[in-house]
Design a protein around this ligand. Sequence first.
Ligand SMILES: C[S@@+](CC[C@H](N)C(=O)[O-])C[C@H]1O[C@@H](n2cnc3c(N)ncnc32)[C@H](O)[C@@H]1O
Length: 302
Amino acid sequence: MFSYRHAFHAGNHADVLKHMVLIQLLQHLNQKDTPYMVIDTHAGAGTYLLDGEYATKSGEADSGIGQLWESQDTPEIVTDYLDQIRELNPSGRLRHYPGSPFLAEHIMREQDRLRLFEMHPTDVRQLQENFRKLISHKVANGVELPARGKRVMIQRADGYAGLKALLPPPSRRALVLIDPSYEDKDDYRKVRVAVDEAQKRFATGTYAVWYPALARLEAQQLPERLKRCAASDWLHVVLSIGGYAEGQGLHSSGMFVINPPWTLKAKLEQALPWLANLLGHGNGSFLVQSGTAARAPKERSA
Ligand SMILES: C[S@@+](CC[C@H](N)C(=O)[O-])C[C@H]1O[C@@H](n2cnc3c(N)ncnc32)[C@H](O)[C@@H]1O
């Protein structure tokens, strides 16, 4: 239990896909003034050092952000993603990689709320420390923090149980990111049950689930099960960088989004061919599908 550390994987091709989609979901929520809540059920450490011990040992960022960093003339949503990473690396040297909690904190407004769950004792301590440093930095730079209510809350607790307790959110607007490590194969079942129960409490929320697109049966079945339990529109995107035999590391991952912004599918269809070609060195592929709870899915693939 708890052998997974996201620091080994930060900035890899799977993080690129997940964080690129996450940024689009957050920027879409910012289009209305009404406050929203972001719930990150599996938060990790918040931010990572790409020249730190774990990242240099694995070299995984080379399959993702490392390939993109110097790119020019990128598709719109890749540019939005790179802009976020560049803001965290103002010197121009790629050193810091933001996890989902730091991306959410950076994009959401003063009136919005971020609720983070992390179970790993070391990662939750790092998450707290990373946010403490971020808030001290903001205060030192004259940023005014909300007078009432905590903008960011971090709990060392089970994210599936934590999610249940937070829904429906007071403002009736929320984005839920469910991003387990799937170290425990029961995560595939827990994700589906969590989405099912969450929609019963709060059907209009946006739910984003990341998963590893592995050959194992549970991974193959997850998107099909999510399609069946989706109570409204859904979007499914898979990015494969190809080139590796099964068992030699993750080469394909997916994001399943319930209640996505209606503009997102076209943006993904524009970006994914470019991204799959670059990250896959000519062997990459992708899938972008959408559907509604009532209608048959519309599909497009490479
Ligand atoms: C894939 S990582 C999260 C990465 C993060 N969302 C990001 O994009 O930067 C999954 C994390 O979930 C944590 N975790 C595992 N089981 C959990 C649970 N039941 N509740 C909350 N966190 C859990 C792991 O310790 C790990 O740090």
